[in-house]
Design a protein around this ligand. Structure first.
Ligand code: ADP
Ligand code: MG
Length: 417
């Protein structure tokens, strides 16, 4: 009997693992990003198939009582898939158990409902646990399940054997641990892969930056200076007009090169105490003409005082790049709102637009070198620079965006004591 349980369960485990690997290959070959890795529908589909296989190879422990590892796909699917998946899987696992029949059905339904409730309430907390805590908690839930699932019914219905219970609970608990561990390992592997690609592109940008930017920037600055002289000194109206246009264009070139230079030597950021309020006011002054031209209102409220450590020009580069994106996202006009929030340790700068917004895939790729949706007009460097600088200033950035509705960028910096 016990041997049968071991054999049956190992077969269950094999199916669970094979289907999990298969699911991973399907996700992977579609070249999806890790962040969209666990789509609820896919999780539901693959978990259901796993449950079906487990039920197919269940072991009859007593009259009307069938045991297998179906709790593992149920548990893991529910935790990674979210509430909607938990509800669906609860229904599926109960419905699929019905054809087997027997008194065990009622026990199965009751224990499944209890566990579903626990998962439903705690799934978000569990998902946010750190790696090992998560593995242990999830395995612990599996162990917990053996109490209403096996221990109590076996005593009530007179088929309790210490050895059988131990085998059941140990295999279930350790298999859960094993499956979660492998799942996280696979996900981590893919994250690394993606980061590597990102990193390689960064490297390329860095090399480009180092090799050409300085060479190009110096002559351009000279050109700028002379154009300015021409614009100021000429008496001919038409020459003045041309000089101003040329000056605008070459200033744009200098700005782009400046973005690149951040990558050539990011470690040269000098940190001095900066007053967020003064810096933000300066930035707003700089972008106001651009906003006016596009028919956009800049709304500022609650711009607080706060001293952070940073480099003034880098800080401005961050704010201006983000504001520019906001302005460019509102081609039909709108409101760009800039505000701050702070507590004892941190100050958060919130920049919000009601422009075109981004799809999750676009948001995901934001900050990748040369990723721009502004055909021809964008460089795809702005946000990369933003992320890079914020990181060097020990800050954090969080972006929410709804396609068609708008975007909200939150930048947080530690306050200097
Ligand atoms: P660029 O502005 O040169 O295109 P960025 O790195 O600044 O490069 O931005 C990358 C892309 O991200 C943009 O082309 C745009 O499609 C998208 N994006 C950035 N900010 C916003 C925003 N506030 N609203 C909508 N889309 C945005
Ligand atoms: Mg930009």
């Amino acid at each position: 009997m016990d041997m049968e349980i071991v054999k049956g369960f190992l077969l269950n485990l094999l199916f669970i693992l094979v289907i999990m690997l298969l699911a991973h290959i399907v996700f992977f070959s579609k070249n999806k990003s890790v962040k969209n890795h666990f789509r609820s529908v896919d999780v539901l589909l693959f978990s259901s198939v796993q449950i079906l296989f487990c039920l197919f190879f269940s072991v009859k422990v007593a009259q009307g009582f069938y045991y297998d590892l179906r709790f593992i796909p149920f548990l893991i699917g529910s935790i990674y898939g979210g509430r909607w998946v938990t509800l669906s899987l609860t229904a599926i696992i109960i419905l699929l158990r019905i054809p087997l029949g027997g008194t065990g059905i009622y026990i199965s339904i009751i224990s499944t409902l209890i566990m579903a409730l626990i998962i439903f309430v705690f799934h978000q907390k569990i998902n946010h646990l750190r790696k090992w805590h998560k593995f242990i908690t999830i395995s612990g839930i599996s162990f917990l399940y053996t109490i209403p699932g096996f221990l109590i019914p076996s005593i009530l219905f007179d088929f309790f054997h210490v050895r059988t219970y131990l085998i059941y609970s140990l295999i279930l608990t350790f298999s859960t641990f094993f499956v979660v561990y492998l799942l996280e390992l696979l996900t981590k592997y893919q994250t690394f892969q993606e980061e590597l690609i990102r990193y390689e592109k960064m490297e390329l940008v860095g090399q480009l930056a180092a090799s050409i930017s300085h060479e190009v920037k110096n002559p351009l600055t000279t050109v700028n200076g002379f154009l300015q002289l021409i614009a100021e000194n000429t008496k001919e109206h038409i020459t003045k007009k041309y000089a101003v246009i040329a000056l605008e264009e070459s200033s744009r070139a200098v700005a782009i090169i400046e973005d690149y230079l951040t990558f050539a030597k990011p470690e040269t950021i000098k940190t001095v105490p900066l007053n967020v309020q003064t810096e933000l006011k300066k930035c707003i002054e700089i972008i106001s003409p651009l906003a006016n031209q596009a028919g956009i209102i800049i709304r500022t409220d609650n711009i607080q005082q706060g001293i952070i450590k940073g480099d003034s020009s880098k800080f401005r580069q961050v704010i201006i790049n983000i504001c520019k994106n906001g302005i460019e996202a509102m081609s039909k006009g709108g409101v760009l709102s800039i505000s701050t929030e702070s507590n004892d340790d941190e100050i958060t700068i919130i920049i919000k637009d009601n422009g075109i917004g981004m799809l999750p895939e676009q948001l995901n790729r934001l900050g990748e070198p040369f990723y721009s949706l502004k055909e021809g007009k964008g460089t795809g460097l702005g946000m990369m620079v933003v992320f890079r600088i914020i990181k060097t200033l020990n800050g954090g950035v969080h972006i929410n965006s709804v396609f068609g509705k708008g975007t909200c960028v939150n930048i947080t910096f530690p306050l200097k004591k």
